[in-house]
Design a protein around this ligand. Structure first.
Ligand code: ADP
Length: 265
């Protein structure tokens, strides 16, 4: 049974079965196993893009370099592989910081509507490639100020939108909306009409390295860390994240944020 849950959940689980010295020893064992599992996953994730890059470089050295068109094509693919490696390493860096809890959130008050619009601009090309429409219900209506770490929250929105494109269908639709939930909270919703997630897989999508489709789309996909990072960031903010999905119909990821005082005046 591989350990894919985070340390916090594991610790809670352990406390049900052991106390005192026994708990300490059990925790050490779990930690050791956790580390081994993590390293195993990391090398596994790194292998695919590394072999890809190596493959293109070898082929070039074996003679493909002579042809100018092929040279360019293979170098581009090698570059893509290196890019992917960088993404994975960045994600790993982030998840490590989040899991050991030494990620310092820098709180400020910012406009969540503007932040979402910025992410839309950033991902426009990616969406265009799959002819996916990105729609934002609150577009240019009025600012909604919230409290949080702006950069980290941008990463949350980005990861959710990237997924909605990645697992969305050609010509599909992703809709984002910010809803007034209570006096203090808003709910940000990201809805797509993509492939959806089967019920039995749904509880696992936030686990690190977990991917529904283990075989395919490896080159296309990220590191399997995107949603784990999202969940950690939201929980570090003491906010909540939800997912609902219907296989073949689409998915909805939503999270809460706390309103800033700025709105009330
Ligand atoms: P990655 O996208 O790198 O595989 P994530 O942690 O972002 O990793 O997502 C984990 C898994 O959850 C994905 O591999 C995919 O199977 C599933 N998933 C995430 N978002 C969606 C979505 N919007 N629609 C369908 N499946 C999704």
């Amino acid at each position: 049974q591989p350990i894919t849950t985070d340390m916090e959940t594991l610790t809670l689980e352990m406390k049900k079965y052991a106390t005192g010295k026994k708990l300490e020893i059990e925790m050490l064992k779990v930690r050791e196993e956790y580390r081994r599992e993590f390293l195993g996953n990391v090398s596994h994730e790194l292998k695919t893009p590394l072999f890809t890059v190596q493959g293109y470089i070898s082929t070039l050295l074996e003679g493909a370099m002579e042809d100018k068109a092929i040279r360019k094509k293979y170098l581009k693919r090698a570059e893509k592989g290196v890019e992917r490696l960088i993404y994975i390493v960045e994600d790993l860096d982030m998840i490590t910081k989040l899991e050991v809890g030494d990620l310092n959130l820098e709180f400020s008050e910012f406009d969540i509507v503007e932040l979402i619009q910025n992410v839309f601009d950033l991902l426009e090309m990616k969406a265009d490639k799959k002819k996916i429409t990105l729609a934002f219900e609150n577009y240019h209506i009025q600012p909604i100020f919230v409290k949080g770490d702006k950069d980290k929250m941008q990463q949350v929105v980005e990861n959710l939108l990237v997924n909605s494109i990645k697992y969305g269908k050609e010509g599909g639709l992703t809709e984002v909306s910010v809803i007034n939930l209570t006096k203090k909270k808003v709910l940000v919703r990201v809805t797509d009409n993509g492939e959806g997630i089967e019920k039995q897989n749904l509880p696992r999508v936030f686990e690190r390295f977990y991917r529904v489709d283990k075989s395919g789309s490896r080159t296309e996909g990220g590191s399997g860390l995107g949603l784990a990072i999202v969940k950690h960031i939201i929980e570090a903010h003491k906010e909540k994240i939800y997912v609902e999905s219907e296989f073949g119909i689409g998915s909805e990821f939503s999270f809460t944020m706390t309103k800033a005082k700025l709105n009330i005046s």
